[in-house]
Design a protein around this ligand. Structure first.
Ligand code: PLP
Length: 390
């Protein structure tokens, strides 16, 4: 008990305490209602505006009317609906793979996939900036866990030569969630071939954004056939909730039999499945929204950078504004919120120490006018807090 209180107060001292939630009373949109105040939302993963798209809402409502709410069972018992099958076929077609399997969240997909595939005899090579759910999957598997420097292929090869075992997996985010940069998949594939290893990509932030028809990072690099396991989430650009794995039929058969986070959890309700299905149909056809979003992001990054902010140049709508110190990041985020702009500060352990940041992510539905305003207010507080010069 005393230890728990001590740990909490030490978190507070370091600016790492995760305190009050911000409660939204409206849709996930460029402007939201937080405690009766209109706020510009800048950290959402609702990249394409599908979370509050009328076509998805209608699909979900129709499904509620036909199927009701809860799914009533796990997928292997009474919880599989014809919509699950439709969505799994659609995901496989979209990703250009033989088959796919839906999990309840991306987190559950990662821990289920990795912990069922790998065991103590395996060696897993994982990018240092990979998402926490990948790390948890690796730890759960009991495999030897080797982390290589972020996107550093020389470091990866050196570590492969040092630690390679009989069975090996290389796993990476396709688009890194907190950095917005893209993994060098062609090089990773080359190394995997050279050393006979299995490859897995977590495309939570690539799908809907990159590649042909928005089908993701593997498609963007034209290495679809070389990535063995493509994992993703239905909760970001796709605007609903859920995770999936896509790949060869035998992988899918294997996960259906062994991934415990798939087996021992109640299936997603039909309404969410219907929304995801509609979203993928929209994404496949809608090149315009995707292009608009990327152009808007390009423009905003340039503006931020010209204003003196430390911004990584990414090909995605994720724009990390690096502040460094955790407390300063929290201060900037707090000042912006007082001005009606919500950009969450991201701190360790989510990102490496000394790289605390505001993680801006844009929605296709943001207006340039709102972003101009944001920029001016950010400049003012950035200067005031000594984050930028001026
Ligand atoms: C968000 C995220 C996940 C988890 O997906 P959820 O559906 O939110 O559980 C996994 N990997 C990455 C890279 C993510 O950004």
């Amino acid at each position: 008990m005393e230890n728990i209180l001590k740990t909490l107060s030490s978190l507070k001292e370091k600016g790492l305490y995760r305190g009050e939630f911000k409660y939204l009373s409206s849709e996930q949109a460029p402007r939201v209602d937080i405690e009766g105040k209109e706020i510009i939302l800048l950290g959402s993963n609702n990249y394409l505006g599908l979370c509050n798209d009328n076509r998805l809402k209608e699909a979900a409502i129709d499904a509620v009317n036909k199927y009701g709410l809860g799914s009533g069972g796990s997928r292997l018992t009474t919880g599989s609906y014809d919509l699950h099958k439709k969505l799994e076929n659609k995901i496989a077609e979209f990703k250009g793979t033989e088959a796919s399997l839906i999990f309840n969240t991306g987190y559950m997909a990662n821990i289920g996939i990795i912990s069922s595939l790998c065991n103590r005899k395996w060696v897993i090579f994982s990018d240092k900036n990979n998402h926490a759910s990948i790390i948890d999957g690796c730890l759960l598997s009991g495999a030897k866990f080797v982390r290589y420097k972020h996107c550093d292929m020389d470091d990866l090869e050196r570590k492969i030569q040092l630690y390679k075992g009989e069975d090996n997996l290389i796993v990476t985010d396709g688009v890194f969630s907190m950095d917005g940069d893209v993994a060098p998949l062609p090089d990773i594939v080359k190394l995997a071939k050279k050393y006979g290893m299995i490859t897995m990509v977590d495309d939570a932030h690539g799908v809907g954004i990159l590649g042909e028809n928005g089908s993701g990072t593997a498609s963007y690099f034209k290495v679809n056939d070389e990535i063995d396991i493509q994992m993703g989430t239905l909760s970001k650009a796709i605007g609903s909730v859920g995770g999936y794995v896509a790949g060869k039929q035998y992988f899918i058969d294997y996960f259906r039999n062994f991934a415990r986070s798939f087996i021992f959890s109640t299936a997603l309700p039909p309404s969410n499945i219907a929304a995801s299905l509609k979203a993928i149909e929209i994404i496949e056809k809608d090149e315009i929204t995707r292009t608009q979003l990327l152009e808007l992001a390009e423009w905003f990054k340039k503006k931020l950078s010209e204003s003196g902010f430390c911004v990584t140049n990414t090909k995605t709508p994720i724009i990390p504004v690096i502040v460094g110190d955790a407390k300063n990041a929290v201060k900037l985020s707090g000042s912006l919120l007082e001005e009606g702009i919500y950009v969450p500060a991201i701190r360790p352990p989510t990102v490496q120490k000394g790289t605390s940041r505001l993680r801006i992510s844009l929605m296709a539905t943001h207006t340039q006018e709102d972003l101009e305003n944001v920029l001016n207010i950010m400049k003012f507080h950035g200067k005031r807090l000594g984050i930028i010069e001026g």
